[in-house]
Write a protein that binds this ligand. Structure first.
Ligand code: SF4
Length: 232
């Protein structure tokens, strides 16, 4: 797949009157904000508890997620669920989403091989992430891997250097003003977003690619334990 130079972005596909995640999800099904919708099977929007205290942001759906229309249902999702459990985070009270909502891949024969989204895709899709956060009230935001970090924290953030460190949310965000005012009802009234914390760690797919999977997994769990402690 050729690199895309520019994309109109998702903003025009977001209904301003959408109050709920379900309404956003329905609208996102028709998003044409960048070219990724053309080859992927469907939009894979966030899912989980809208009142979740922990919101996880990953990179993009994988092959299985694209087929099922649900985030984190493939091998990386299994790693994440196990790590959430081992870290002591209540799995029923989380919300899972991705920085980019369509699967980017290249075809090799019949196989669809994951391709990391480009900056243009991350930028095009960011309005959906902003819209989701406007309807969520997390105490901790967990950024999984470099793509999610680019989307939320900007290109200068290095997960390898700052993983496991609690940062103020939304103050640490790139363009925090995108996240600081949230709707309080459907009349257009807004208020300051509740203060929260953010923590970056590796994407669970990095555990599957690691030479020593046990060490990588233990590192992921150690980071998530920091998030779990921040909830108490
Ligand atoms: S990746 Fe995001 S911006 Fe691009 S078409 Fe899909 S939902 Fe829209």
């Amino acid at each position: 797949m050729a690199e895309t130079e520019s994309a109109p972005g998702a903003q025009e596909f977001i209904p301003p009157q959408a109050d709920t995640i379900d309404q956003l999800r329905a609208a996102a099904a028709g998003c044409r904000g960048c070219e990724l919708y053309r080859d992927a099977a469907q939009t894979v929007f966030g899912r989980g508890d809208e009142s979740a205290r922990v919101v996880f942001v990953g990179e993009q759906p994988g092959d299985l997620e694209d087929q099922k229309g649900l985030p984190f249902v493939g091998p990386a999702g299994r790693v994440l669920r196990r790590a959430v459990d081992d870290a002591g985070i209540e799995p029923g009270h989380i919300y899972l989403t991705n920085a980019v909502k369509h699967f980017r891949f290249e075809l090799r024969g019949k196989r669809r091989i994951h391709q990391t989204p480009d900056r243009v895709h991350i930028t095009a899709c960011r309005p959906w992430l902003v819209a989701e956060f406007a309807r969520l009230r997390p105490a901790v935001v967990v950024v999984l891997g470099a793509t999610a970090a680019k989307a939320l924290l900007g290109p200068a953030f290095r997960v390898t250097r700052q993983r496991g460190e609690l940062l103020p949310w939304p103050a640490a965000a790139q363009r925090p003003e995108d996240f600081t005012r949230v709707p309080v009802d459907n009349t257009g009234k807004v208020a300051d977003a509740p203060e929260a914390q953010l923590l970056a760690t590796i994407h669970p797919s990095a555990v599957l690619r690691a030479d020593n999977q046990d060490v990588a997994y233990d590192g992921l769990v150690a980071d998530l334990k920091v998030a779990a402690r921040a909830l108490r």
